[in-house]
Write a protein that binds this ligand. Sequence first.
Ligand SMILES: O=C(O)CCC(=O)C(=O)O
Ligand SMILES: [Fe+2]
Length: 265
Amino acid sequence: MEPKSLELHRQASSITSEDMIALFRGQVLAIRVPEFCPAEVCQVMSGRLVRHPKLAYYPHAPAIGKVMDAFYEGHSNTEKRKKYYDEVVQSAVEFRQLSWPYLNPMDHLRLILEDMWPAGANRENIHGRPMAFGLAQLFKEGACAWPHQDFLRMDEPDNHRAQMLITQVTALVYIQPADAGGHLQLWPDHYNHEEFMARKNTDIYGLNYKKIPPPSVDIMPQVGELVMADSTKVHAVTAVEAGLRIAVNCFLGFRGIHEPLTYWS
Ligand SMILES: O=C(O)CCC(=O)C(=O)O
Ligand SMILES: [Fe+2]
């Protein structure tokens, strides 16, 4: 049962620490900021992303492309992990160029967080060096993301800094929503490892829809919209039925209201 006070999503014209705290506490499942990134900037970015030299498709999911590496991809792969850290500075520069000469929506977000959050916001740094920032994901027709959870604390059980994370939020800016499908689904539940494994599909990474309740929130993203949701709770992307879906995203780390927020991808 969902608590009575649970708010499904909150629409805002600006980001406030009150809204962020409500999200971290699980009192609201999503914060939506319409037109966070102007449509003309989205258009510039999508044009560059589809022909980006670093656009790569996931070998296990060829309908999903990405520009820039995500930290979790290098999980338990020393070589990938090294490449990730070696390319941090260059990736940030290249990510910024995607929107040049306009303000990059991810840079805009980090500036807002730094200005708005009482203790400011910093690049995440669990290994004594800054983590990468800025990533794009492209979903072609048929692509989906199965219900899953993202939590750096679970991926890095031996890392002291990662263990101090109370929760983690995904911040997504939709550069180009799908023409049909490609909805973001959110659940209020977080499963621990045992509970997750009991509900997992046997042959794919995500949870089996038949073993979890229906989603509480279903969002059809709009062009330029910013959506923030707790990534440690179950979330999914429904199959793209028509068009190409492009989102840029980063994660935000929360360690307490007196601690700086962190961001990484
Ligand atoms: O693209 C989306 O809407 C969600 C992708 C996702 O799983 C995430 O941001 O953690
Ligand atoms: Fe996710």
